[in-house]
Design a protein around this ligand. Structure first.
Ligand code: ADP
Ligand code: MG
Length: 255
């Protein structure tokens, strides 16, 4: 056996399974707007995977297809090996963290976090226990009964994250979640999100247009341009070896 094929065999046996497999994925809005052109992507179990690209490059559309809010025009999405193109969002093992403004402002933090569990018919006691675990994880103990409108931006972002995590998805999807926070708070939340990911041990797919966020947080980064993935790699690989002119230019741009 050649060295090369031994390496391949070794890799396929030891590398963690891909929790998400995307093949030739495409999304066209209104018959003419090509939001996602032709994307192939594999995301490994447990990784902090970032989709980085300029505004309009198709990042949100890609996330929305993974979570099932948008239907692909063509291509395949597999979660844990199963084709999910026609599976409803609530039957997928993914959960999307919405921007904090998607919380119910008059309801308390607890009511917001427990809402999804209530819809799923989880009994009171288990619901409270699961929410309590989330308040602990998110450093929100003491804020449970506050109405959302009385919480700070950072606290709301934590509640939004808790609300998405409490349903115990395998994959947590985060779309520009630090974008609304001021710089200091955004940096604090970067560290917090990394800690939370380690504690819950789940796959995170983090979407951002910020190089700084992507390069400081990610195990691997996919760089998107105009509906396509230009490069996938570890931060230092991309930094040292940009695969295209677009990537090289994008890295030169101010954050
Ligand atoms: P990003 O998140 O990277 O900014 P989007 O996925 O939001 O990119 O958008 C990609 C392209 O698709 C843009 O040209 C955008 O205007 C278009 N688009 C996004 N959502 C819709 C929609 N619901 N209907 C029509 N066009 C859309
Ligand atoms: Mg977007």
């Amino acid at each position: 056996m050649s060295t090369e094929s031994q390496t391949e065999l070794h890799d396929s046996q030891t590398s963690p399974a891909n929790v998400i497999e995307i093949r030739s994925l495409r999304k066209v809005y209104d018959d003419v707007i090509v939001a996602v052109d032709d994307v192939d992507l594999g995301v490994r179990e447990g990784e902090f995977f970032t989709i980085l690209g300029p505004s309009g490059s198709g990042k949100s559309t890609l996330l929305q297809m993974i979570t099932g809010i948008e239907t692909p025009t063509a291509g395949e999405i597999r979660l844990d090996g199963a084709l999910v193109n026609d599976v409803k969002p609530y039957n997928r093992n993914t959960s999307l963290v919405f921007q904090e403004y998607a919380l119910f402002p008059h309801m308390s933090a607890r009511e917001n976090v427990e809402y999804g569990l209530m819809l799923r018919g989880i009994p009171d006691r288990e619901r409270h226990e699961r929410a309590d675990a989330m308040f602990e994880l998110m450093n929100l103990v003491g804020k449970e009964d506050r109405p959302i409108q009385d919480l700070s931006g950072g606290e709301r972002q934590r509640v939004a994250t808790a609300r998405s995590l409490v349903v115990e998805p395998d994959v947590l999807l985060l779309d520009e979640v630090l974008g609304a926070l001021d710089e200091k708070l955004a940096r604090e939340m970067q560290v917090e999100l990394k800690r939370i990911q380690e504690e819950v041990d789940k796959t995170f797919i983090f979407v951002t247009h910020s190089q700084e966020e992507a390069f400081s947080m990610s195990d691997r980064i996919a760089i998107m341009n105009d509906g396509n993935v230009e490069q996938v790699g570890e931060p230092f690989e991309i930094y040292q070896n940009p695969a295209s002119e677009f990537v090289a230019d994008f890295l030169q741009m101010p954050n």
